[in-house]
Design a protein around this ligand. Sequence first.
Ligand code: NAP
Ligand code: MG
Length: 493
Amino acid sequence: MAEQLERQRERAPARFGGLEYAPAPEATDHVTIRSDHGLLIGGRWVEPASGRRFKTINPATEEVLAEVAEAGEEDVDAAVRAARAAAKVWGRMPGAERAKYLYRVARILQERAREFAVLETMNGGKPIKESRDVDLPLAAAHFFYHAGWADKLDYAFPGRRPAPLGVAAQVIPWNFPLLMAAWKLAPALAAGNTVVLKPAETTPLTALRLGEVLLEAGLPDGVVNILSGAGATGAALVGHDGVDKVAFTGSTEVGKAIQRTLAGSGRKLTLELGGKAANIVFEDAPLDQAVEGIVNGIYFNQGHVCCAGSRLLVQESIAEPLVDKLKRRMATLRVGDPLDKNTDVGAINSRAQLDKITELVASGEADGAEAWQAPCELPSRGFWFRPTVFTSVAQSYRIAQEEIFGPVLSVLTFRTPDEAVEKANNTPYGLSAGVWTDKGSRILELANRLQAGVVWANTFNRFDPTAPFGGYKESGFGREGGRHGLAAYLDLS
Ligand code: NAP
Ligand code: MG
């Protein structure tokens, strides 16, 4: 018997040696990365007027992947002028014609999905299984969905005469670089606007490659212009007076600055900002399912998710068993090489973000909360943070108030549904929330009382292009996705 077991162990080490999986790295040889990138202005790749460039790295290895151009004010001006000129062509084109380009973009993204997924993971640090199974399919879905609307705007808004706004300035963050570009571009283009897009400083590569896809799809020159750069490029773009609409996704702090810049200008603005979502688990919830939802809620994409379920509100009667189950589950999370298909938690996006997470976690410990971290080996190079859960958390602690944007969960308890609602809403943010319960009536009641743009019931972090997404309070205003998202790019007077 012992001999037989030994033989089985040799044949299937993974099953008998705990949860150690053999490495399963995704190949990268099908992804060629140019050593230097230009700016996409007026349908051509051009050098930045300033001649300035910056390096972009792989956060899992700290290796330099490429140099990209840093757009300055002159480039912003050229891009806005190109978009303005293109608006005459694009805005007047029949919707059914615009739709053809969007369908083409969606199909090319599907054809090149593997290349894009690998590049997204290399430049941003997220696990390949997420870029492959979430970011890429959703990015394509956004183009498909909005292609369908392009020739039906009159039906989407009956009794109105929908007209494009003109030139849209779009500034996006680093946590879903390609997906955020798709969320922004697809509705703007379907509605007949032209665009100047600025990707985040740390993750420009998939947005620039999307620029290649747009050219491959034959999009008329200047309809989409892509300017890599840092915060100053974004500020120059949103402050340019040739822009008719600004769409921003990022931090509340920068969102407020943009709102001040635009105040009184008459230009339209939508803001998708930070969050501190409550994931609320009632005692009648299916606990094992809830644990999966909690893990997905906060450890998905290393917690670099604006709608992450970063506050777990658990009913007191089940707090102990639930937290025990959660820790057991966290101990099985595989942290490490994002290109490995078995990896659950990848690299932190940048050193600056790692510093921010480290500082907030230290504040939680200093305040008196109890931290528990999943036992795992971290690679020696790159930026990493162990999946962490805090118990004994008071509502006033910074870890319960501020957005950490990392794999860190704060657990709070409640006794009654009223107390759960009160605690959930006790935050300046209002982007998302989760409710876990067996009772449908309770879900409906809470969905009405929670100040959150999205409320998930018995699930978390589900996205679909048909569903409007956006915030309350300091999480911003305006919606992306669905008919609401389309309206944000149209003059409906
Ligand atoms: P961020 O600093 O606000 O950056 C967002 C984008 O704005 C980046 O492209 C950034 O460029 C640019 N930017 C920086 N300063 C600017 C300025 N003064 N004017 C115009 N643009 C400027 O945010 P982040 O730290 O990259 O991203 C994390 C934050 O985004 C979190 O707070 C998160 O909650 C939020 N977020 C929200 C959503 C949502 O849908 N609500 C989605 C994702 C992320 P650089 O990259 O060079 O800084
Ligand atoms: Mg920033």
